[in-house]
Design a protein around this ligand. Structure first.
Ligand SMILES: Cc1ncc(COP(=O)(O)O)c(C=O)c1O
Length: 365
């Protein structure tokens, strides 16, 4: 590896070696053979019907509760547009996915960030916020291997959140693209599956388990909410991309998806543990929670190290990271998000060494 080669811990995307290109090519062939009329025509805004059905079965819901979108970011945007207007209160995690913050703020939402603990959202803090009179339209939660912090919402907290949503009348938006990328431990039930009162809307995606380029994600929720969003989607784009959704459908029904999930989970589990080891070895004083799945590790740097200084110093040395402050309304000046999805194992130690050199240079100034 040359010194000039950029090592990127910045992007939450998979490296090509863990994308099943051959499997996708074969799925495309099967899709065109099985349903040429269906996939070359306009579809309807709810998505490619066989894939909608497959997703409905996966989650144990009726197909009318599913809308298949162009990636889950579009699912997020649809739901935010449906529920949030200027001045409406919304709850998000602190820290949270940067595009969530951006989209909610662009809609004029009054964003309240609630502390994220090593076992997920601080539900006691949320209760206090609600008891203080704040009445959110929705609480956005990334329950598994959170972006950016890598942590998972514990089962008792899932129950507590469902209770709070029922008591205070808000929607839980369960934004869950990482659930299947698990290295350790048992899968926890989704809040969607635990919901008896229709307070949860769930989003997920094939970005993290197949690849981002297919741009296929989805929303699952009460049929009336889905129907209302589908109507707006029709006016927006008639239908999402049928070809991509049909390829994903073939990839799923053939069982290739299970193999792909196993490949991604195995590779990312190894990368996460190599990253954790390298951080401990090369950067004294860093703190982090080692993730059990997902794409990200959140690193707290020593208090005298400001990320605004680290970023350019890291870039000079050929390593890219994302500032913690991008995921927060305020704070995060001493934190970084490291994605281990796009780096191969042999790049990680060198990347951390470069980052350590950047941090050392900043501290010497
Ligand atoms: C929590 C969360 N939601 C949504 C998305 C959007 O993913 P996509 O639109 O590729 O499905 C991401 C991507 O990183 C994410 O981390």
């Amino acid at each position: 590896m040359t010194a000039e080669q950029l090592i990127s811990f910045a992007r939450g995307a998979p490296s090509l070696d863990i994308v099943d290109v051959a499997g996708l090519k074969a799925a495309a062939q099967r899709a065109f053979e099985a349903d040429p009329a269906g996939i070359t025509a306009y579809g309807t805004s709810v998505g490619y019907l066989p894939l909608r059905e497959w997703i409905a079965q996966k989650h144990g819901v009726a197909p009318e509760q599913v809308l298949v979108t162009n990636g889950s970011l579009q699912a997020d945007a649809f739901l935010f547009n449906e529920l949030v207007g200027p001045g409406d209160a919304v709850v998000v995690e602190r820290p949270t996915y940067d595009r969530t913050l951006l989209n909610l703020r662009n809609l004029g939402g009054e964003v309240h960030q609630v502390t994220l603990q090593p076992d997920g959202l601080d539900t006691d803090e949320l209760r206090k916020l609600l008891e203080s009179g704040v009445r959110p339209k929705l609480a956005h939660v990334i329950p598994n291997y959170q972006n950016p912090a890598g942590v998972t919402l514990a089962l008792p907290k899932r129950r507590a959140l469902l209770e709070l949503a029922a008591e205070f009348g808000f929607t839980i938006f369960e934004d869950d693209p990482y659930a299947d990328v698990r290295f350790r431990g048992e899968a926890l039930p989704s809040m969607l599956s635990m919901d008896e009162r229709g307070v949860v809307v769930h989003a997920s995606s094939f970005t993290k388990t197949i690849c981002p380029g297919v741009r296929v994600g989805y929303l699952v929720g009460p049929a009336a909410t889905i129907a209302s969003i589908a109507k707006k989607a029709t006016n927006l784009y008639i239908s999402p991309g049928m070809v991509a959704q049909a390829i994903v459908h073939q990839f799923c029904v053939s069982g290739d998806i299970e193999r792909s999930i196993a490949t991604v989970s195995r590779a990312l589990g190894e990368r996460a543990s190599v990253l954790a080891r390298s951080l401990r070895e090369h950067i004294p004083g860093v703190r982090f929670t080692e993730p059990d799945g997902g794409y990200f590790l959140w690193v707290e740097l020593p208090e005298d190290v400001h990320v605004d200084a680290v970023l350019p110093a890291a870039a000079e040395r050929g390593v890219a990271v994302v500032k913690g402050s991008d995921f927060l309304l305020e704070g995060g000046e001493h934190a970084l998000r490291l994605a281990y999805s796009a780096v191969t194992v042999d790049q990680i130690d060198e990347g951390v060494r470069r980052l350590a050199a950047a941090i050392a240079a900043v501290r010497e100034r």
